[in-house]
Design a binder for this molecule. Structure first.
Ligand code: SAM
Length: 298
């Protein structure tokens, strides 16, 4: 049995924030960290295809951010997925014990489907996020993009579990909905993430987002009584994700690079979340919280 802190990751190499057995936020590269982690479900928002990133860079596509300097200067500020897609597909399938749900543009659906199936994921379907307030296309050359997709598959044993009954996989949420922070260029609406978490997961489940950006998945997970592991490479977004998750529940800095107060890896804290093949909740899950914002679920 492994501990929440991946024991085979050398201490002091990864900056992280931890809140008991409820949340672990890691600053680092998912490709390096995912092999050490297990979760009930992976719900992630990976970078888009390289060609789309290039279009943002050239200003042909609009950024979803309140930061005017970012709008002008550096596009999305992180690389496209193409070079690492196969590896990510393999790692998330190995890591999840239930659903794998990954956002993509429509153009990326087939590109994700093949490596996910090759990795052993049981393909389910493609779902849609409709954006009623998506940025209009101003150049008169065609329609604006009003939707994104997410690809869906099952990595667990036995029957797939979901809470949506006969519901269709179409989710309508404005980009500028309640709970929007506005700094990250591809921030997902909090209401969308809450609806997805309500449909696909159970209270107490561990949800892992390997590309957490500003941490919207983590905020939704915490609000709804799920547990959360998030990975983000960029220190700006990592700090913001920690702040946003911290605002949901009181948060503790458990350890960072040279923190002498962090217990050695072979001395687990009493209430640590356990990870591994024989992973089991360390304590009774909390009931979901009721919130004013977002959509019903959970
Ligand atoms: C599409 S954004 C996620 C936005 C997020 N859903 C939100 O609401 O803020 C993808 C994020 O993945 C991060 N990223 C890209 N490659 C990564 C990697 N290999 N490991 C960890 N994070 C990575 C980027 O820095 C970016 O912030």
């Amino acid at each position: 049995m492994e501990h929440l802190w991946p024991c085979d990751v050398p201490p002091g190499t990864v900056k992280h924030y931890q809140r008991g057995d409820e949340a672990l936020l890691l600053q680092g590269d998912s490709l390096a960290l995912l092999p050490h982690l297990k979760a009930s479900h992976v719900i992630g928002d990976p970078p888009y295809e390289n060609v789309t990133h290039a279009a943002f860079q050239k200003g042909r596509l609009a950024l979803n951010t309140n930061d005017d300097k970012r709008r002008r200067d550096d596009g999305l500020g992180f690389d496209g997925i193409d070079e690492v897609r196969d590896e990510v597909a393999q790692l998330v399938t190995a890591c999840s014990q239930g659903w794998v749900l990954l956002f993509t543009l429509a153009e990326g659906v087939r590109a994700w489907r093949d490596p996910l199936q090759a990795a052993g994921l049981k393909w389910d379907t493609t779902c849609f996020w409709i954006k009623p307030d998506a940025m209009p296309r101003m150049n008169g050359q065609g329609p604006a993009r009003g939707a994104e997709c997410f690809v869906l598959g099952w990595a667990g044993r036995g029957y797939r579990k979901w809470n949506g009954g006969g519901k269709r996989g179409v989710y309508t949420h404005p980009v500028n909905g309640p709970g929007r922070h506005g700094a990250h260029p591809t921030e997902k609406p909090l209401g969308l993430m809450r609806e997805l978490i309500g449909d696909f997961t159970q209270p107490g489940d561990v949800i892992l987002d390997p590309f957490m950006g500003s941490g919207t998945t983590g905020v939704a997970a915490m609000q709804m009584g799920r547990r959360f592991i998030g990975i983000e490479r960029d220190p700006r977004w990592f700090e913001l994700a920690c702040d946003r998750v911290a605002a949901v529940l009181p948060f503790q800095l458990a350890a960072c690079a040279d923190d002498p107060t962090r217990p050695p890896p072979d001395e687990p804290q009493p209430q640590q979340m356990m990870l591994g093949d024989d992973w089991a909740p360390a304590r009774k899950p909390k009931p979901p919280r009721t919130e004013k914002v977002g959509t019903p679920g959970g």
